[in-house]
Ligand binder design. Sequence first.
Ligand code: SAM
Length: 231
Amino acid sequence: MEHPSDTDTAGGDHYIPPLRFHWLTPFYDGVLRLMSENTLKSRIIDEIELKPGDRILDFGCGTGTLTIMLKRACPDADVMGLDLDARALAIAKRKSMESEITIEFFQESISKPYEKSKITENSFDHIVSSLVLHHLTSEEKRQALKGIFELLKPGGKLLIGDWGKAANPVMRIAFLTVQLLDGFKTTSGNVQGLLPHFIDEAGFEGTVERHTLNTVFGTFSVYAASKPNTF
Ligand SMILES: C[S@@+](CC[C@H](N)C(=O)[O-])C[C@H]1O[C@@H](n2cnc3c(N)ncnc32)[C@H](O)[C@@H]1O
């Protein structure tokens, strides 16, 4: 089931807001708490060896929870968030200000030239992305992963947390809630377990599923991969 009229565009780029409808965005953080958000996002952070001075990008940062957790985990790292949705970014900026944490947020697409910002090719040590790829069609997943690949330094690390292959029939049924909200076209590759295939296709190496966690909305998987040193 698709709801094309409920997607949006920013700077010519099409995207789906965090809970598909803009009016639901203020409730996004509350919904995420239902699925033990901090535990899931901590699993992503645990996989990153953060060092002072590292440049880290949170692609599709939404309301900024993971971005803020990253900055807290390594205050001397240069943490940035990127998202197309102005309303989600406004919440992210408010939350970081309230936490007295300095993070730069950019309203940009991952697959555009970035002349005017600090989002430049071969410049990031780590790129993380949580719950974004299931908002993208197969072709958009390919483009986004290609964009991430270009932004990472050679040897840079990619960490993705998103809906993965259902661990059991109960998880498969639970995931129907997400599919009914976000649409089947963007979510079917996730539940078929195809994310590692898309990551490999973009040129990454060592792609591995590090964690699977069962939640009220389905199985959440954490994938790690690296950009080869030779690029
Ligand atoms: C479900 S939210 C996830 C937010 C956050 N990463 C999290 O884990 O809570 C998906 C986010 O991806 C953003 N998004 C979708 N397509 C995008 C694109 N092509 N470029 C940048 N952001 C995108 C949406 O605006 C939304 O904020």
